[in-house]
Design a binder for this molecule. Structure first.
Ligand SMILES: C[S@@+](CC[C@H](N)C(=O)[O-])C[C@H]1O[C@@H](n2cnc3c(N)ncnc32)[C@H](O)[C@@H]1O
Length: 220
């Protein structure tokens, strides 16, 4: 199955390997910061594609006692990631599962951390996906969403487009993304305003996108 505006798994994986390092560093450093204060548990990556993010985290000594679950609606993406997981000897630590971000195949209050990068903009029901992340979080758990802003500056968008072109990847579909204001509205609509913050750096690569950080209270 090829979802709207998505490249086949092998193309995506090549792009992720060649070009996503700066965004991996940004996303992973945020996850590391959050994990430092937490008891190890299971981290779920929503829209994991070829499992680039879980593979990086599972290879990191900070996550030695964590387990990982990658979820994607497109089974061919997961299949594209399996050889990497096997080659890294991480098959016992990373599980991959077909599932919809808008109806996660998990029980309530199950996971320590739920993350998703560049997935939100693919989802018709973004509010439901945020509620679902919250639902499956354990009390005291943390969810982290990074995605690109539609209201990105033309200069930054141009450099992103050039970077993609340099590795043979087409321009992003910026029109399908949400603005920073819309991201804040989604959080309010999901009923998460009291436990979530939405931010975007003023400069640097991170300014291409926004972050939604959700903390589920211990007494939820
Ligand atoms: C742009 S890729 C991002 C991949 C990965 N998170 C990363 O940062 O490298 C978006 C992924 O979301 C997946 N996706 C799209 N709709 C989905 C849904 N409803 N539920 C779960 N995954 C979905 C796509 O199949 C694709 O693998």
């Amino acid at each position: 199955m090829l979802l709207k505006n998505l490249r086949p798994a092998a193309d995506y994986d090549r792009f992720a390997a060649l070009a996503l390092e700066p965004w991996d560093a940004l996303f992973i450093s945020r996850i590391r910061q959050l994990a430092r204060d937490m008891t190890p548990g299971v981290l779920v990556d929503i829209g994991t594609a070829t499992a680039v993010v879980p593979a990086r985290l599972a290879s990191d000594p900070l996550f030695a006692h964590w387990r990982f679950m990658g979820v994607d609606l497109d089974e061919s993406m997961l299949d594209g990631g399996r050889p990497r997981i096997e080659a890294l000897g991480l098959s016992s630590v990373i599980e991959l599962k077909v599932g919809d971000a808008q109806a996660l195949p998990f029980a309530d209050n199950s996971y320590a951390m739920v993350v998703g990068r560049a997935t939100l903009h693919h989802l018709p029901d973004k509010v439901k996906s945020l509620s679902e992340m919250y639902r499956v979080l354990q009390p005291g758990g943390v969810a982290l969403v990074h995605d690109m802003r539609r209201d990105v500056s033309p200069e930054l968008l141009d450099s992103f487009t050039k970077m993609r072109a340099s590795v043979g990847y087409p321009p992003t579909h910026v029109e399908e993304k949400v603005t920073l204001h819309e991201a804040r509205e989604l959080v309010i609509e999901a009923g998460l305003a009291q436990c979530a913050v939405v931010t975007s750096p003023a400069s640097g690569l991170g300014a291409l996108g926004f972050e939604i950080l959700i903390k589920k209270p211990l007494l939820a």
